[in-house]
Design a protein around this ligand. Structure first.
Ligand code: TTP
Ligand code: MG
Length: 428
């Protein structure tokens, strides 16, 4: 195929800003037991064994487990005690976010060889629009198999792939023959596939929506597709129509390649402490650490926030949150900290604190601007110098004197993780 023709076939529907017509081929890739598999490939002693990846904190839960452990009933979210009860030989491995992020980036690079339209969905999942690549690579099955082969050869990892006319069904398909699966669903197979499938199996119908649908007597996707769309709209508002289409297996949403996503609406960071904290000074130290994490991400992406929010969860799992909007948007650690700290002053903190979360919203993206006034410049220059040191020597290279420890958060990566962009999780 001439080069320019290949390129024009790769113009995404989103970029063309036109309604998607005609049949598409969307591939969804989901790594098998991702963190656990990475640990097993990097440490041969763990291969073939039941392992569970956990965070480094004291109060940690199982983030994922190898398929050998799953056979014994080990599940994500279990405590270490529950894991050992289910599988006495279970080996616990502390997670290492840096490793998973590096691997994820390598996987995305493999995918980019098959189409430039790659949407990173989470640390171990991606959608690829392969409509324009089918002829070049010999069809859907050939592309699926080639991707699996390359990931196996280059990274020694297995994945599961689903290929379908849209993202909704592709995601469903990748889960159908896990691990190491390749499932291709064509238009004509969709009604049969959805007929008996419980509604919660589809991505987008969570526990809450599922419960509400069940009260209407809708249990399967087939039933959802036949249910009058007008009633769904009345009961669920805007998403009612989307639910109706989900039941029919229709999804026109495009695969949005990296760099084309909507900019983040907020940037936040939260953490559960190793032990509950009730000393205000300790709370302040954590508040400064969290403000620093948020500020660093915001500055990296040239944005500032007009609104600062603070969330406090207490030892008894009750929580309280409050936001404050400031006239001049902030992204310096100290500025975020001082607003968050003022919010904290207005909250009734009468129980030990289990978790704190700080975020900024109402974002404006205007890059790095040198402050006009002298008193603002000191903080700006100090923060900039710290950023430069961190860029070269790593995130832990420099911090505030009041803050010398940062409990490790290895093991859990936000579902919003993307290789680029402000929602990126900063590796330890
Ligand atoms: P998943 O794709 O949900 O799970 P998985 O890859 O471990 O297993 P499967 O074969 O069923 O796809 O999540 C991907 C990784 O994300 C997982 O290895 C660990 C991490 N993760 C979290 O950090 N927190 C969570 O709550 C979940 C579910 C996963
Ligand atoms: Mg996975």
């Amino acid at each position: 195929m001439p080069r320019d023709l290949v390129r024009s076939a790769f113009i995404t529907p989103k970029l063309k800003k036109q309604k998607i017509t005609g049949s598409r081929s969307v591939l969804h890739l989901d790594m098998d037991a991702f963190f656990a598999q990475v640990e097993q490939t990097t440490n041969p002693a763990l291969r073939g064994k039941p392992i569970a990846v956990v965070g480094n904190k004291k109060r940690t839960v199982i983030v994922t487990s190898s398929y050998e452990a799953r056979k014994h009933g080990v599940k994500t979210g279990m405590t270490m005690g529950e894991g050992t009860r289910a599988c006495p030989d279970l080996i616990f491995v502390p997670g290492n976010n840096r490793k998973y992020i590096d691997t994820s980036v390598k996987i995305i690079n493999v995918l980019k060889n098959f189409s430039p339209v790659v949407e990173v969905f989470s640390i171990d999942e991606a959608f690829v629009d392969i409509t324009g690549s089918l002829r070049l690579f010999g069809g859907k099955e050939a592309i699926g198999n080639s991707i699996k082969k390359r990931i196996k050869e280059e990274l020694n990892l297995t994945c599961s792939i689903g290929i379908a006319p849209n993202k909704l069904i592709a995601k469903l398909a990748s889960d159908m023959e896990k691990p190491d699966g390749l499932v291709i669903v064509n238009d004509k197979d969709i009604p049969g596939l959805l007929e008996e499938l419980p509604i919660e199996e589809i991505c987008g119908i969570g526990k809450k929506t599922g419960k509400k649908l069940r009260t209407l007597g809708i249990e399967t996707l087939g039933e959802l597709g036949r249910y009058p769309a007008s009633i769904l709209k009345k009961k669920f508002g805007i998403i009612g129509e989307r639910l109706h289409y989900m039941g029919l297996g229709i999804d026109e949403s495009p695969v949005v390649p990296m760099g084309d996503e909507n900019p983040a609406k907020s940037i936040g960071h939260s953490m559960t402490f190793p032990t509950d904290v009730d000393d205000r000074e300790d709370i302040n130290r954590y508040l400064l650490l969290l403000s620093g994490k948020v500020g660093r991400r915001a500055r990296r992406h040239g944005c500032l926030g007009h609104t600062v929010s603070l969330y406090v969860r207490f030892s008894d799992f009750t929580g309280i949150g409050k936001r404050h909007t400031v006239e001049n948007p902030v992204n310096l650690d100290n500025d975020i900290y001082s607003v968050a700290s003022k919010i904290l002053d207005t909250l009734e903190v009468d129980k030990p604190v289990r978790l704190l979360g700080v975020s900024i919203a109402n974002l404006i993206y205007n890059g790095k601007q040198f402050p006009l006034f002298k008193n603002e410049r000191r903080d700006f220059l100090l923060t900039d110098a710290m950023d430069n040191v961190k860029d070269i020597f790593g995130e832990d290279a420099v911090t505030y004197a009041t803050v010398t420890e940062w409990p490790s958060e290895a093991g859990v990566i936000s579902p919003a993780w993307r290789p680029n962009g402000p929602r990126r999780v900063d590796p330890k």
